[in-house]
Ligand binder design. Sequence first.
Ligand code: AVI
Length: 321
Amino acid sequence: SPTPPRSAAGAAQPLAPPAERAQVIAGLLGRPASISPKYFYDERGSRLFEAITRLPEYYPTRTEQAVLRRHAQAIAQAVGRGGVVIEPGAGSCDKAQVLCRLLGATHFVGVDISADYLEGSVARLRAALPGLDARAVGGDITTAIELPRDVPQARRLVFYPGSSIGNFDPPAALALLRQMHALAQGQGGGLLIGIDLPKDAAVLQAAYDDAAGVTAQFNRNILTHVNRLIGSDFEPAQWRHEAFFNTVESRIEMHLAACGPQQVRWPGGTRSFAADERIHTENSYKYPLPAFVDLLERAGFTQPQAWTDERDWYALVHARA
Ligand code: AVI
């Protein structure tokens, strides 16, 4: 999942399990080579992503917050007050705190690949909202999410902010939305999801290639993480960050381009890269609202309602399961 997972702070990481190593290596041997964006989020990558969300060029985070502030009462009315909020890829739970307070939610279930990191976030959430029954569930959101048995059968709202759905290609996004639909079904449940909308290519380009070079560091850090996962010898400084808007696919693409010919080795294998050859590290789809509504309806959701900022750059969309 591209939703920011976290590794245990500072823990020395052994090589990844064989199946995962094999997947990473298959991506490197591909033509073009690729690395899954889920590998951005080791401890340093998660910190760099937090820094990205505060960059002047990276508008999605603050625009989403503005949409939620601007339309808080209308959103609360559409979603319904009280109930259970489930957040896949909950991470820091910062956004969950705002939403649970707004809705007066009775229960919260955060799901994240890094259970340890999530436990800490959920503990802070409990301290901030003492009336909320908040739980942490460790797990990969792209496989079936199992809720604790004693979470009530009340109305369930799946909350998926941050436009993370854009990091999945459309078939994978549809599969994930279908899972969210299954989680929310019954008792008037639904989904509240953040969508980054298409906009001027220069605005998009700057958001993914900032002047301070934080996104470049974030992109190159994936190589350091891969070195730990498979024991490879990538030299991150020898790779150039590239980000551009692919208008045909309506997505930002991030790549790493070899600054010169490179030979990368790992136990049992090697891959040569020509100068300027790329490794594809991320797509970030920018869905026009009607296309996203279509995806929601194909996943089984109904009655979509969207709220946007004053520039129509970003939407929070609610739909019923
Ligand atoms: C996590 N995700 C929604 C971010 C995005 O905008 O696609 C990841 C990111 N990549 C580069 N900058 C931010």
